[in-house]
Design a protein around this ligand. Structure first.
Ligand code: NCD
Length: 309
């Protein structure tokens, strides 16, 4: 039985090195089986419930694809307006109900800390697919898996995280994983959207090498990877503030040409206008390959927490 059997996946700062390594290796194993045309039925007889209280395209569909690729079945609440949440049911009551139907729960919810609330309410594994401006651990895992595939290694790299580092849950989760591999990190954010100080301080206490800057172009000249994020409109109380900040960073081909040669461009997607479409043809533009890597990573997570790896 794996060390992750029966566990929740809620954040990245509490994952052990051993667990992280196991997830990456299991994903690579599943990916190679699929690539060779093989079939897997590890999750035969199990049911995944996906509960999405916030919009999603990639995360929900890739979790569902992952479950189906492993021979399992899926039930879903894709639109909270159609569930009892719309009648005022608490999150804890909703997940307790779902526990009676499913073997594992994947949840996305607008409130920070909600995945923990769900996990505390049930005894089956809960996987956090994004809790407000909190964490998004499965995205961070597929991001690390992508960097490993694109660069052939994880050690000794310089990575820039760019954009809305304040509200972006993907970068909150990802920074902890990157710091573990001793990467040199640039946090490039416009004023007002910097990485929360408690995260930066915590990372530095753990020995991370972090440079905070507003100069994205300069950071890209020194980086092997740039991870661009969307300004998170739904987290702004003041629409005028969003309008003022939304165009702060736009990565186009002119900027890529000025960057470190061979730089890999990543983005969790959806992009709004942070990366112009002319960059899509650049060979280091990895964002659609990154999307596809969500399937093997989520296959690994589902199988590991249910003891079916
Ligand atoms: C991200 C999210 O939901 O946090 N999307 C995703 O899951 N790939 C990023 C975003 O919405 O900006």
């Amino acid at each position: 039985m794996s060390i992750l059997c029966g566990k929740d996946i809620l954040r990245t700062d509490t994952l052990s090195d051993e667990e992280l390594d196991l997830i990456l290796r299991t994903a690579a194993r599943f990916e190679s089986v699929l690539q060779c045309g093989g079939r897997l039925n590890n999750m035969d007889g199990l049911i995944l419930a996906t509960l999405f209280f916030e919009p999603s395209t990639r995360t929900r569909l890739s979790f569902e694809t992952a479950m189906l690729r492993l021979g399992g079945k899926v039930i879903t609440v894709a639109d909270p307006k159609t569930s009892s949440a719309a009648k005022g049911e608490s999150l804890a009551d909703s997940v307790r109900t779902v526990e009676g139907y499913a073997d594992v729960i994947v949840i996305r919810h607008p409130e920070k800390g909600s995945a923990q609330v769900a996990a505390d309410a049930v005894s089956i594994p809960v996987i956090n697919a994004g809790d407000g401006a909190g964490q998004h651990p499965t995205q961070a895992l597929l991001d690390v898996y992508t960097i490993q595939k694109e660069k052939g290694r994880l050690e000794g790299l310089t990575v820039t995280l760019a954009g809305d580092l304040k509200n972006g849950r993907t970068v909150h989760s990802l920074s902890y994983l990157l710091a573990r591999f001793g990467m040199r990190l640039f946090f490039a954010a416009p004023k007002g959207l910097e990485m929360p100080a408690e995260i930066t301080e915590d990372l530095r206490r753990r020995g991370a090498d972090i440079t905070e800057t507003t100069d994205l172009a300069a950071a890209m000249r020194e980086s092997d990877v740039v991870y661009v994020t969307r300004v998170q409109r739904e987290r702004f109380a003041d629409p005028a503030e969003y309008e003022r900040l939304k165009g702060s960073y736009i990565v186009d081909m002119a900027m890529v040409r000025q960057a470190k040669p061979g730089i890999t461009i990543m983005h969790p997607l959806p992009r709004v206008d942070e990366i112009t479409t002319d960059v899509d043809a650049y060979e280091g533009a990895a964002y659609f390959r990154q999307v596809a890597n969500g399937v093997p990573i989520r296959m690994a997570l589902l199988a590991l927490v249910t003891g079916r790896e």
